[in-house]
Design a protein around this ligand. Structure first.
Ligand code: SDX
Length: 436
């Protein structure tokens, strides 16, 4: 049997052969070139067929070797390594290196990578002046998006997107500076002075330092929380062609610099259906408040009155493996921070939902956002910082997708087609004749 499709156009009786191509697996990701549909014409002057796919429900926009997800089996791998193993064995900086460059670093590669990241954590003093201009109650994610975009004006050489050395320098800067910007946004929102990076601390230890240090001469991060945050960052690094990664590729495909591309991706992540969901999960749990009110809210979600935030996923039609890891990790963190009624509430909500036909038949399971917010809250992060906490590690994933896109010979500026359903040609009407 040939790896082809034979399409018969019943309008003309003509047949067309279209190839079936495979990626790593034959049973997951087989595809046919959409451009081949253009050969199918109803008549000679016909433009040819387009594939129509709103929200890209069934469209592969690229070939990628970065992340593999099998939504039916609940599988997530970065560069072939199962997320469960990376969560158990690795660190955020090592996973960022793996995701970006394709292989786990040697000891000297990891040491060099860590040195570069930990020594690019400072931002220009004018960045502070920029952030001081935000309103006192500005949402930290709005500050994050704007300030990351502003970095583009501090590093104009970043426009040289085809220069490998220039690209690498911006990758170091972005991965290193996003925690600083995130922490500065938080400190601005609570009226506390900015805390400068302490490059003697680990990546996550330094972030906790910039977030929570008050007057102690040196910040001593709690090792359990430091490790928990590192694990949370590992789980959030990349997730193939999610909404924000697609935006990163789209903006980057015009050869805009990586700072404005990351800012655009972060703007997409901010949406409540995407990375903003973890903030909405907490708001939803706080509204439900007690376990006895869970059935009422589940019924309301089934009626479509609101979305059960933290549930459902475009790709996972099984339990999100990240949610499984976070659920077990939540208990460990709460051992240190103290029990949280929100966790008991969340687990009861999950139990009831997973027994309910509405959720079962739609394959709606908890996703990464369902438990992450509970852990962040227990660690002392305010709810409006949650999407910013998502953006910090996802910056490494966005840059990995950006790098792969720029080096892919099959990619060019992203510019989809459309199906026009508007008015046919008509003549301009002077204002006196309108509405007559
Ligand atoms: C992330 O893409 C990624 O990889 C994203 C992410 C990443 O790492 O980058 O994994 C991170 O964004 C996780 C998702 C976080 N969002 C939420 O938790 C928000 C709540 N979830 C939903 O809004 C929804 O499930 C989406 C947006 C996540 C997925 O939506 P889809 O694939 O477009 O599915 P859909 O809206 O077509 O829903 C299918 C059905 C509908 O019912 P019917 O119209 O068929 O009757 O399921 C229902 C929906 O109403 N449904 C829900 C629901 N999610 C879907 N009903 C109640 N509660 C929900 N959460």
């Amino acid at each position: 049997m040939a790896d082809t499709l034979t399409i018969t156009d019943n309008r003309t009786g003509r047949q067309y052969e279209v190839p079936i191509n495979y990626g790593t697996y034959e049973d997951y990701g087989a595809s046919s070139p959409a451009i081949d549909l253009r050969k199918i014409k109803g008549s000679e002057e016909d433009f040819g067929l387009l594939s129509y796919d709103p929200a890209y429900m069934n469209t592969a926009s690229c070939k990628s070797a970065v992340t593999f997800i099998d939504g039916d089996r609940g599988i997530l791998r970065y560069r072939g390594y199962p997320i469960e193993q990376l969560a158990e064995e690795s660190s955020y900086l090592e996973v960022a290196y793996l995701t970006l460059f394709g292989e786990l670093p040697t000891e000297s590669e990891l040491a060099g990578w860590t040195y570069e990241i930990l020594h690019h954590t400072f931002v220009h003093e004018n960045v502070k002046k920029l952030m001081d201009g935000f309103h006192h109650d500005a949402h930290p994610m709005g500050m994050f998006v704007s300030t990351v975009a502003a970095l583009s004006t501090f590093y104009p050489e970043a426009r040289e997107v085809h220069d490998a050395d220039v690209r690498l320098k911006q990758i170091h800067r972005l991965i290193a500076k996003v925690p600083t910007i995130a922490a500065f946004a938080y400190r601005h929102s609570i009226g506390l002075p900015y805390i400068y990076p302490d490059n003697e601390l680990s990546f996550t230890g330094n972030f906790l330092n910039m977030m929570f240090r008050i007057s102690e001469p040196a910040y001593d991060p709690d090792p359990v929380l430091e490790r928990a945050l590192d694990l949370l960052f590992i789980l959030h690094v990349d997730h193939e062609q999610n909404c924000s990664a697609s935006v990163m590729r789209g903006i980057g495909s015009s050869h805009a610099d990586p700072y404005v591309s990351v800012a655009g991706a972060a703007a997409a992540l901010y949406g409540p259906l995407h990375g903003g969901a973890n903030e909405q999960v907490l708001r939803m749990l706080n509204e439900i408040r007690t376990v006895d009110r869970v059935p009422e809210y589940v019924e309301r979600a089934k009626k479509g009155e609101f979305r059960l935030m933290g549930f459902g996923h475009r790709v996972y039609k099984n339990y999100d493996p990240r949610a499984r890891i976070l659920k077990s990790m939540a208990s460990e963190v709460l051992e240190v921070t103290g029990r949280s009624p929100l966790l008991d509430l969340a687990m009861e909500l999950e139990r009831i939902a997973l027994e309910d036909e509405y959720f079962v038949e739609r394959n709606l399971y908890p996703n990464v956002d369902f438990y992450s917010g509970i852990i962040y809250k227990a660690m002392g992060f305010p709810v409006d910082m949650f999407p910013v906490l998502f953006a910090i590690p996802r910056t490494a994933g966005w840059l990995a997708q950006w790098l792969e896109m720029l080096q892919d010979p099959e990619q060019k500026i992203a510019r989809p087609r459309q199906v026009y359903v508007g008015k046919d040609e008509r003549d301009y009407q002077v204002i006196e004749k309108r509405g007559v």
